[in-house]
Design a protein around this ligand. Structure first.
Ligand SMILES: Cc1cc2nc3c(=O)[nH]c(=O)nc-3n(C[C@H](O)[C@H](O)[C@H](O)COP(=O)(O)OP(=O)(O)OC[C@H]3O[C@@H](n4cnc5c(N)ncnc54)[C@H](O)[C@@H]3O)c2cc1C
Length: 728
């Protein structure tokens, strides 16, 4: 039974809460620290930074990841940058302004106290990373360089070309390796947490499976930290690495941890076709490009097939600059994505199917010169050219708030007559809404290369787009040289996650959750370059202060791994694995995952409405039943078995999806990325209902087949005034 949700926000003025909280928290003395075992699940930026820091402090840390090395965590994919309120540009930035932008960017659905702390700590993160040797871009003077990201009118984003996540992770990994070498951190790569163990109401361990040997292991500790990333892959297609999943947090939820705001997901507006060589699954064009690129579509539908160079200025609609003059091309992601969708729905989208908008660098190149642009974005332009065959220095990029959807989307007739003229794809949403969509769930359109292959030969097409076709085949099992591609939109980031209090502890004592895995500080929409900031704030600075506050009362309370709680949890894990292997059906895992993803995209994606959500809530249990009747999981449980690994994750997604839709249905308002079609302003913007929904929604598991129970944490805004979000 969970009482009132208490975020335990410290008293006092906003700007002093964190400092005074730290002054009063309990400490663990250095000699006692080695008496405590701490489990950290995840070694991305959040988990890696936490494990390294706790190790340095002298705790005994066991750190787990499912990849073969911490260096492969999904954090490595982050391109654009990390925010901090250093105000190096002297352009008016401050801790308060970063705080304010983040609260507003999240459409007033996050906690003031947490966000203020995040903004304060942002500056420490940069100092820490510079000390580690992270090669941030610098000005000629040697000062660290900045660029702007969406939802801000200042330049506060620190970056390392288009590889910020990779460079930060290398810094973090070095720090982690130092501890591994020093014996304070024991690393368990290729080991997947499959259950949480709770003893006497406290999180005291995990059950994990070695992905190499299949062996199930019990690990006891004095506290458990989950840093297991986001669950965007519930949609099957997203910009996330393919391995990202919900298993750790979902299983903790089933053990009593509350899941907060699961419906809050983010669609990224600047995505391009995928390349297996460059991205793990789907390719994102960093938001940083919108610093210099201008987004536009033709004013008239009739012009959409013209080469962009033949459309004069007067006939172009720079719609973000027009609709949001103050923020222009840097309007936040949810707003930019919907604006792109809107112009495409009006028939003004460019490229095959009319599902793209231009991102144009001509002005910036004229102003700054090609060399400057090359220095800032060179690698991103290279990726783009490799995939699309187009030189973004010469012709505007085409982007769309979709990832997989834009796969293969090229304006062939305009850019060299290499395109399939006769593609059968049309504006995806429009035709799908008309009931003519293809594939599972009817949420796809064909992208047909038959004409191009007839005209140019398969070899030419293979040379130009071979890698994309390969990735496509890997994902769909279909050969696009023979049958038309089906293309879909996808998602980028999940703001929802396990509920945590101000100390980042869940409602289960001793279970801490950090990084993208918690419900985070981003409210209903995360601003760009804020996820890295949050993950590193949590791992380097917040948790190392708040965890001791809990541990101080836990001396000598670690249970033995032989205790009944561990025994029971291990038996549950075995039983679930056995059940998966026993089904022995005929339908592939991918087909279930894909069907689920399409259903979610359709009913709980870029926009949602009551009827659709109710339909999804009927269909998901049916699909789940089918899964347990018909899924084919190959191999056994005593060996390396990726089919089994994935089966467990898909099974969890099939349950979790229902929770997402339940949350989306209950939140009967629009806020940020959660766009309920019933609630919009006359301009088509998200219309919040603060009276009824200015709260965190946290769900409690009530048993299989039972509806989850809702707990509300009301959000109080004492510093920022609740207003209709405007970027005009
Ligand atoms: C393409 C792309 C570009 C991005 N660019 C930016 C950017 O420029 N700026 C920005 O701020 N944000 C960006 N983001 C978002 C940001 O990268 C992520 O939100 C952030 O890196 C998440 O870090 P994390 O440590 O929480 O999780 P992750 O990096 O995903 O790490 C999760 C860890 O948990 C482990 N794990 C998961 N489940 C289990 C389990 N059951 N058992 C054991 N281990 C487990 C994994 O092995 C991994 O080590 C981007 C995201 C994408 C997809």
């Amino acid at each position: 039974m969970i009482g009132t949700l208490d975020a335990k926000i410290p008293p006092g003025p906003l700007a002093q809460k964190w400092r005074s909280h730290r002054d009063h928290m309990r400490l663990v003395n250095p000699n006692n620290r080695r008496q405590f075992d701490v489990i950290v699940v995840g070694s991305g930026l959040a988990g890696g930074s936490a494990a390294a820091t706790l190790g340095e402090l002298g705790y005994r840390v066991k750190c787990f990841c499912f990849q073969d090395s911490p260096r492969r965590a999904h954090s490595i994919a982050a391109q654009g940058g990390i925010n901090a309120a250093k105000n190096y540009q002297n352009d008016g930035d401050s801790v308060y302004r970063l705080f304010h932008d983040t609260i507003k960017g999240g459409d007033f659905r996050s906690r003031e106290a947490n966000v203020y702390r995040l903004a304060e700590i942002s500056n420490n993160i940069i100092d820490q990373c510079v000390a580690q040797g992270v090669p941030f871009a610098r000005e000629y003077s040697g000062l660290l360089a900045n660029r702007s990201f969406g939802g801000a009118q200042v330049s506060r984003t620190f970056y390392a070309r288009g590889q910020t996540g990779q460079q930060l992770l290398l810094g973090c990994y070095q720090a982690l390796c130092r501890q591994i070498a020093g014996g304070t951190v024991q690393m368990f790569p290729q080991t997947e947490m499959l259950d949480l163990v709770i003893a006497d109401g406290h999180a005291k361990g995990i059950i994990a499976r070695s992905l190499r040997s299949g062996k199930i292991e019990r690990h006891a500790a004095d506290a458990v930290v989950l840093a297991t990333g986001g669950y965007g892959n519930v949609f099957y297609l997203s910009t996330n690495a393919r391995g990202c999943n919900v298993t750790a947090t979902y299983r903790a939820y089933k053990r009593g941890a509350l899941f907060a705001n699961p419906a809050f997901t983010q669609i990224h507006p600047t995505c391009i076709p995928v390349s297996g060589d460059y991205q793990s699954k789907l390719t994102l064009m960093s938001e940083s490009l919108r610093n210099d690129g201008r987004v536009w579509v033709p004013k008239r539908k009739e012009d959409r097939d013209k080469p962009p160079g033949e459309i004069p200025e007067a006939d172009r609609d720079y719609y973000l600059e027009r609709k949001y003059p103050s923020y222009g091309n840097l309007a936040p992601r949810d707003i930019s994505s919907r604006a792109a969708k809107q112009v495409c729905d009006e028939g003004r989208g460019v490229g095959p199917g009319g599902r793209g908008v231009y991102l144009d660098f001509a002005d910036a190149i004229k102003r700054l010169g090609e060399d400057v642009i090359r220095e800032r974005y060179g690698n991103l332009f290279e990726v783009y050219e490799k995939i699309t065959g187009e030189n973004a220095y010469k012709v505007p990029m085409r982007i769309y708030p979709a990832v997989h959807y834009t796969m293969g989307e090229r304006k062939y007739p305009s850019y060299g007559n290499l395109a399939p003229r006769d593609i059968s794809s049309r504006a995806a949403k429009q035709v799908c809404d008309e009931g003519r969509g293809v594939g599972p769930g009817g949420r796809g359109v064909y992208l047909d290369f038959a004409d191009a292959i007839k005209r140019l030969g398969e070899d030419v097409i293979r040379e130009r787009y071979g890698n994309l076709f390969e990735v496509y085949e890997k994902i769909t099992g279909e050969n696009a040289y023979k049958i038309p591609m089906r293309i879909y939109p996808a998602v980028h980031y999940t703001m929802g996650g396990l509920w945590v209090d101000y100390d980042l502890m869940s409602n289960v004592s001793g279970l801490f959750v950090i990084g993208e895995a918690n419900f985070s500080d981003h409210g209903a929409n995360r601003l760009g370059a804020s996820a890295l900031m949050q993950g590193l704030a949590d791992g380097y600075f917040v948790l190392p202060n708040t965890l001791p506050n809990y541990l101080a009362g836990q001396m000598g309370k670690r249970p033995s791994p032989d205790s009944p709680e561990f025994q029971e949890a291990e038996e549950d894990v075995h039983a679930r694995i056995e059940k998966l292997l026993k089904v022995n059906g005929t339908r592939s895992l991918d087909s279930f995952h894909r069907e689920l993803g399409l259903l979610l995209w359709d009913k709980c994606g870029m926009s949602r409405h009551e009827k659709g959500l109710r339909e999804a809530l009927e269909k998901i249990p049916e699909l789940r039943k089918q899964f347990w009747r018909e899924v084919r999981v190959l191999g056994g449980d005593e060996d390396f078995n990726q089919s089994l690994e994935r089966a467990g994750r898909v099974a969890d997604f099939l349950e979790f999806a229902e929770l997402m839709c339940t949350d989306a249905l209950k939140r009967d308002e629009s806020a940020g990325g959660h766009f309920r079609e019933e609630h919009q302003t006359p301009d088509g913007e998200a219309l919040r209902d603060d009276e009824r929904h200015a709260a965190v929604y946290a769900w409690e598991f009530q048993g299989d087949g039972q509806s989850p129970k809702l707990h509300r944490e009301p959000l109080h805004f004492e510093t920022v005034h609740l207003t209709q979000r405007s970027y005009k």
